[in-house]
Design a protein around this ligand. Sequence first.
Ligand code: 6PG
Length: 286
Amino acid sequence: MLSLCFSFWLQNRAIGLIQTMALSGAHKNRGELRIHESLDELRTDLADYVAELSEASVKERGVFAIALSGGSLIGLMGKLCEAPYNKTVDWAKWYIFWADERVVAKSHADSNYKLAKDGLLSKVPIVPSHVHSINDSVSAEEAADDYEFAIRQLVKTRVVSVSEISDCPKFDLILLGLGPDGHVASLFPNHPALNEREEWITFITDSPKPPPERITFTLPVINSASNVAVVVTGESKAESVHLAIDDIGADCPLIPARMVQPAMGKLVWFLDKLAASKLEDSNLNK
Ligand code: 6PG
């Protein structure tokens, strides 16, 4: 399965690097692009990727601190509930967080916690006390403060590691989706939350994507992770993928996804062909 994906990655990486170098300074390392022929291929590659990072993190730190997003991501992670992963992954060492959450009851259909629990966490032997969701009985602002406080306690005990270059938490893996407008987590285009540099968790009450009240990791936290993966499928996302990855001019909108730039960590894009269809290298579409 990886032969197609890997040879493409190698080819693209080589091209990308040359482009990057040729246009050096135009944009920095936009990470590894993994473009898949089919959703099934993407789902398998994503499960392999997460399982490998889990194994490496447990070996190194004894735990695996992973942050999830909402939307189609959870469905695309579905193979982790199947063989061999459901047996081979060391689920008891997982600590689960949310890169963003809607401020609704955990039982509400809009809850990212509920989405993940129903679609993944209830199907694998996760330790319930290792699941760190938001306090759903308080306001968005209080939920953000409360969640940051909870994460700070877990940084003290090194369940969540700490960045070498800031006091930010260093999650082992942050999984993000991408909106058609270029938003990641609940960081929307031109929103003041994008400028937050002190708080680890912030809140918004005017999300353009319903529901309006949300909490979200801030950019410093996202960019302090050891690994960040952006998982994107479908043609509706092709323009935001182009704006997030390609060498775009200064007059192009700076979308939130473009601000995902891990300082020391690794960035990987899991794309299907439709989502990748507007990437510069037009030969990708052939
Ligand atoms: C949320 C998500 C959000 C999501 C994108 C992509 O809570 O709404 O975390 O950031 O990842 O909107 O969603 P889709 O993959 O479903 O298009």
